[in-house]
Design a protein around this ligand. Structure first.
Ligand SMILES: [Cu+2]
Length: 509
């Protein structure tokens, strides 16, 4: 489309000059022959072309997510050199879970590139000698076939170079486009390039860089150890993880984004896909402006905005009240069960006239409100080496309990009278066999029971999403807390109960 516009405007110039009725394809030939002449007339007629680059070439400063390079502050078109290296490396996708990422610049998402409309960008793509795969780059901000892909195909240990003029301002996705394309994107090969309008963007206090991506691993969500890419799940569009900035926890705990009350924030949010569309929302904030689809127009007062796979947007808002604002994909199971969650932590004085000020963290976030799940990872690692101690299990189980069980049974295990039975000093629990106890989180529980002299007749849903070691750790924590009888449950014992399947229905006990 953009290419077509460019060709048509060429044709138009020639029509004025020579009244040529030739098709646009032919018209480009004389223009190419008379180089200097052509570039002068091209400069005046191709929108976004402000003429040849001026001054010394500039080496682009790249942003490491969630950081954005500083504003351009330049009033002339320049030649900008971008150096980007593809690196394949193992990183944690979740605590205790590793994944082999393919990256632009060593991070997923890749380095943030920032140039000015009209700049001539000389792009150098290196592929590390340690890589196993060839890679290339398709920048959606490039006018030209493949967005640079064909010119940048690069074998391990090689470098490619191509040049483009940044004609259209906006926030654009870039990604690898080497076959199998879905796998290269699925392994984390995407990032953003901002092409600033000549006058720059309005000044704000904070700019942050976020990209959503869906990941497909052979193991389940949070299943520990190294997890390979699962092509079948990817083709079926059944992600194991949906993440901001490539890793669970990359925007929570110590990694949370920050701002102060009264400040303005601009988010550049892209969606690498490869498959899912994002319903991007910040819990507790309303965007003053959303430059939807990364384009020129802004919608105002937006709650949730759609970001297509391979698309991006820019959102601006003010933070007026302190607390934790939760960034989610509002396809909400992705946020709470697949990892698509980040936090913007706002410090400063309360403003009770705007909001009364009660924190909602724990209610919304469960174990994600914890700074991190390190105890869980330690337990998982110890499990793998066969050295797991009871104390490590209890520590891991405590954090998992917060996220999974405490919504109903409460953090102190006391439950809610008449609704959720207590786990603290529960006489019912104390009498259960190991198998029956393990069966409760695995299969849920229904029917009339009496706990500590009170009757309950309700439904506890099965928690089949928990892995064997998670169930083992939670139950070991419960058994050793709040005056319960103690004991230890291993993941092997949980695996056995899981394999046996749920108890026969309508057994009528
Ligand atoms: Cu690639």
């Amino acid at each position: 489309m953009k290419l077509l516009t460019t060709i048509l405007s060429f044709g138009c110039v020639l029509a004025l000059a020579a009244c040529s009725g030739k098709p646009a394809g032919d018209a480009a030939t004389p223009a190419a022959a008379g180089q200097t002449q052509a570039s002068a007339s091209q400069a005046s007629t191709t929108p976004g072309d402000f003429g040849p680059p001026q001054g010394e070439p500039i080496h682009a400063v790249l942003g490491v997510p969630p950081n954005v390079p500083p504003p351009i502050n330049r009033n002339y078109p320049a030649k900008v050199i971008v150096d980007l290296e593809v690196i394949e490396k193992d990183m944690e996708i979740s605590e205790g879970v590793t994944y082999t990422y393919w990256t632009f610049g060593g991070t997923t998402p890749g380095s943030f590139i920032r140039v000015r409309q009209g700049d001539t960008v000389e792009f150098h793509l290196k592929n590390s000698p340690t890589s196993k795969m060839p890679h290339n780059i398709d920048l959606h901000g490039v006018t030209g076939p493949g967005g640079g892909a064909a010119s940048s195909f690069t074998a391990p240990g090689h470098e490619s170079q191509f040049t483009f003029k940044a004609l259209n301002p906006g926030i654009f996705v870039y990604h690898c486009a080497t076959a199998p394309v879905g796998m290269h994107i699925g392994n984390g090969m995407y990032g953003l390039i901002l092409i600033e309008p000549p006058e720059g963007l309005p000044k704000v206090d904070h700019e942050y860089y976020i990209m959503q991506g869906d990941f497909y691993t052979t193991g389940k969500y949070r299943e520990k150890g190294h997890q390979p890419f699962d092509m079948d799940k990817a083709i079926d569009e059944h992600p194991t993880y949906v993440l901001f900035n490539g890793h669970e926890g990359s925007l929570t705990g110590d990694n949370a984004l920050t701002a102060k009350v009264g400040e303005s924030v601009r988010l550049f949010v892209g969606n690498g896909g490869p498959n899912l569309v994002s319903s991007f929302h910040v819990i507790g904030a309303i965007f003053d402006k959303v430059y939807y689809e990364g384009g020129k127009h802004a919608q105002e007062n937006v709650q949730t905005t759609l970001i297509p796979a391979g698309g991006a947007m820019m959102a601006e808002f003010h933070v007026r009240v302190p607390g934790s604002y939760v960034l989610v994909d509002h396809s909400i199971f992705r946020a709470f069960n697949k990892g698509a969650l980040g936090i913007l932590k706002v410090d400063g004085p309360e403003n009770k006239a705007i909001y009364s000020g009660k924190e909602v963290d724990a209610v919304y976030l469960g174990d994600r409100a914890e700074p991190n799940l390190q105890a869980v990872a330690v337990a998982a690692q110890a499990h793998a080496t066969g050295t797991l101690s009871k104390d490590e299990q209890i520590a891991a189980g405590k954090q998992l309990f917060t996220g999974t069980c405490s919504v109903c049974h409460q953090a102190n295990g006391e439950g809610l009278e008449g609704v959720f039975p207590p786990l603290a000093k529960s006489d019912f629990l104390a009498k259960l066999s190991k198998e029956d106890l393990i069966g409760i989180p695995l299969h849920g529980h229904t029917g009339k029971i009496t706990v500590n002299g009170k009757d309950y007749d309700s439904v506890m849903p099965p928690m089949g999403q928990l892995t064997d070691d998670e169930v083992a750790n939670i139950l070991t924590f419960v058994l050793n807390s709040w005056g319960n009888p103690g004991g230890q449950i291993s993941k092997e014992e949980v695996a056995k109960v899981r394999a046996a399947g749920p108890p026969a229905p309508a057994a009528g006990h």
